[in-house]
Write a protein that binds this ligand. Structure first.
Ligand code: NAP
Length: 251
């Protein structure tokens, strides 16, 4: 089997698949032969991703699905509608930036609910489905962030949520390895997506000046690492966090 078809006959689920990094992950998974469930809170953007996916490799069939990852009911509805996916990428996420001194409780709660609780609900539901059907293996990937390790001005909620998903993923890796399910995190730095379009130009310029490789990353560069972690090329990797930052905040 060539590297370009290493995910043939895998069913994959990608949350946040309607935009940015999640969309790039869907495209990369499909280009390697996977069937993709593109899940997003926005039906329109999930459909837009789905119709653009490569679908001419053996047995491929994609679908778009609406999910609010922060709702247990919505996650359950999605996961019971599909076959247990042997690959799951948690890419849904939001920011609601404010300085600590001014942050409303709602801003804190919502970011934790989507980024952290959402990753918990999806990881739990997918793992339960895989274990229940006796699947021999699975790979669950969560998109964290480098700011979960180092903090970031105006992002006390977001940094806390992303630090949380690393702990969640490492714990899931310990508990699920006996079922053949691997769990890993990808920690992007500053990537050009609709999420970072909201960041003021002068902040972006400052950040770029701190990146050793001298530029922002592209969603496809994060997707490549997610696809590596999805495939058997990473079969001996679990509980790890891979930084995709261009060297930003090297320890
Ligand atoms: P993005 O373009 O905004 O994509 C995020 C997607 O998640 C959007 O389609 C969004 O829908 C969807 N979403 C939001 N809330 C949801 C919910 N409750 N349930 C299901 N889907 C939901 O952002 P991105 O930059 O690609 O981010 C993807 C992931 O990478 C996030 O976890 C983010 O925290 C992480 N990350 C990004 C960067 C970066 O620099 N871009 C860096 C580190 C980590 P709507 O647009 O309709 O809200």
């Amino acid at each position: 089997m060539t590297a370009a078809t290493r995910l043939i006959s895998r069913l994959t689920l990608v949350t946040g698949g309607g935009s940015g990094i999640g969309r790039a992950v869907c495209q990369r998974l499909a280009s390697e032969g996977a069937s993709v469930v593109v899940a997003d809170i926005s039906e329109e953007s999930a459909n837009e991703t789905m119709v653009g996916l490569q679908n001419d490799l053996r047995g491929q069939g994609h679908m778009a699905a609406v999910v609010d990852v922060s709702s247990k009911e919505s996650v359950k509805k999605l996961v019971t509608r599909i076959q247990p996916p042997s690959v799951c990428v948690n890419a849904a996420g939001i920011t609601q930036d404010h300085f600590l001194l001014n942050m409303e409780e709602d801003h804190f709660d919502r970011v934790i609910q989507v980024n952290l609780k959402g990753s918990f609900l999806i990881t739990q539901a997918v793992a339960q489905a895989l274990v229940a059907c006796g699947a021999p293996k699975g790979s669950i990937i969560t998109v964290g962030s480098i700011v979960g390790k180092v903090g970031n001005l105006g992002q006390v909620n977001y940094a806390a949520s992303k630090a949380g998903v690393e702990g969640l993923t490492k714990t899931a890796a310990k508990e699920l390895s006996r079922f053949g399910i691997r769990c890993n995190c990808v920690l992007p730095g500053f990537i050009s997506t609709p999420m970072t379009e909201k960041v003021p130009e002068k902040v972006i310029d400052k950040m770029k000046s701190l990146v050793p490789l001298g530029r922002m990353g592209e969603p496809e560069e994060v997707a490549d690492v997610c696809v590596f972690l999805s495939s058997d090329d990473s079969r001996y990797i679990t509980g790890s966090s891979i930084e995709v930052t261009g060297g930003l905040f090297i320890g």
